[in-house]
Design a protein around this ligand. Structure first.
Ligand code: PLP
Length: 388
């Protein structure tokens, strides 16, 4: 069994040693001012990363998926209409969750590799004269395809239609790694988790609610208990959760937020852009293509790389793990076997990235692909040498 780090899966990401240490702490009274000294800096720090002045931030013992459920169950009623596009495995799963909650989802089928269709959203919203659509869902960064979408454009579509629907955004693989602007984009619920940009183990759902989303909780009738944001709010007012919080993970998140602030949020984004650009140079040198259809949708946190027809891309992941002890991501859903994924988010440097590119090209040569050893590494080195 290999525990080699770094890993290049798009979450969970590599954990800085200091964050691991911060998660490992003695028992404290989790209903005490001492816990408040962890809780409140976390809630404030999350708000800063969301670029929001006064979003209501919540942290649940869960994962990103629980964040989706928090958004839906607190703000909606059974039968409510939801507009969503399916352009990858994660947008698909959120749609599936809506349907299981008895919501009426209007799905815009979108080619995998493309971003969210803001223009089509606009047409649909303009036609919805009775304002039956209560929420528009948007996956900011589709982790299955390595595709980033333009959330500002989705907000503009709502504006152009003068439509009051709320905007819920899945930022699980973008928040804390790529620019996210909750207030500027008019996001009503932002969802993320602990194990991607925040460099922690899985175990926390992290969400931000706008005032409008909080107001919707007053009348929303979908059942929720564990994920009730108002119960959570009451807990927070007393330095507590409505149940037992995962104190160590919260303490780790506090440190992760401090580390992001120390590096500078914009510097964190620039580092991700630089590392991702180096990966894209390598892919180009290998003569391969990304699943992402055009440069405007290239993700800075994950690259899904297409392999030639008739080749099983999953073999790359298998051989990398078995022979070199290195973890890459497999293709999911529609692109299973057609792409392999390199995650490049969280705690990562240029030097760490070169190790991943070096192993990826060894594996591809081992499997008989027409790739030259050192070609991708050299292309990335040439780029990284110049800094940005
Ligand atoms: C990882 C991920 C999720 C799911 O998060 P879990 O923490 O695994 O529940 C949802 N959406 C996106 C875009 C993701 O990358």
């Amino acid at each position: 069994m290999s525990f080699q780090n770094p890993v290049f899966i798009p979450g969970p990401t590599n954990m800085p040693e200091a964050i691991r240490q911060a998660c490992y702490m003695p028992t404290i009274d989790h209903r005490s001012p001492l816990f408040g000294k962890i809780l409140h800096p976390v809630l404030d720090g999350v708000r800063k990363v969301l670029k929001s002045k006064d979003a209501h931030t919540f942290v649940f013992p869960s994962t990103g998926t629980g964040g989706w459920e928090t958004a839906l169950s607190n703000c909606l009623n059974a039968g409510d209409k939801v507009l969503a596009a399916r352009n990858g495995m994660f947008s698909h799963r959120w749609i599936d969750m809506c349907q299981r909650h008895g919501l009426d989802v209007q799905v815009v089928e979108t080619t995998w590799g493309h971003g969210l269709p803001a223009a089509e959203y606009e047409t649909i919203l303009k036609a919805d004269k009775n304002h039956d659509i209560k929420v528009v869902l948007a996956t900011h960064n589709e982790t299955a395809t390595g595709v980033k979408s333009d959330i500002a454009a989705v907000r503009r579509a709502l504006g152009a239609a003068n439509h009051p629907a709320m905007l819920f955004v899945d930022g699980v693989s973008s928040i804390g790694s790529m620019d996210f602007r909750m207030d500027e984009w008019g996001v009503d619920v932002a969802v993320t988790g602990s194990q991607k940009g925040f460099m922690l183990p899985a175990g926390l759902a992290i969400v931000g609610f706008s005032d409008k989303a909080m107001a919707a909780t007053e009348t929303a009738t979908l059942p929720r208990t564990f994920f009730d944001v108002k119960d959570m709010q009451k807990g927070y007012d007393n330095n507590a959760f409505p149940y037992t919080p995962p104190v160590g993970l919260m303490n780790g998140l506090k440190l992760a937020l401090e580390m992001i602030e120390d590096e500078g949020l914009e510097n964190v984004f620039a580092r991700h852009t630089r590392i991702a650009t180096g990966v894209r140079h390598a892919v180009n040198a290998w003569g391969l293509e990304l699943c992402a259809a055009s440069p405007d949708v290239y993700s800075d946190t994950v690259s899904a790389i297409k392999t030639p027809d008739g080749f099983n891309a999953t073999d790359i992941v298998t051989v990398a793990a078995e022979k070199y002890g290195m973890a890459f991501g497999v293709g999911l859903g529609e692109v299973a076997g057609k792409v392999f994924r390199i995650g490049h988010l969280g705690s990562l440097t240029d030097a760490m990235m070169l190790s991943g590119l070096g192993v990826a090209e060894m594996v591809m040569v081992d499997l008989g692909l027409d790739v030259k050893l050192g070609s991708g590494v050299a292309a990335a080195q040439e780029f990284y040498r110049h800094g940005s």
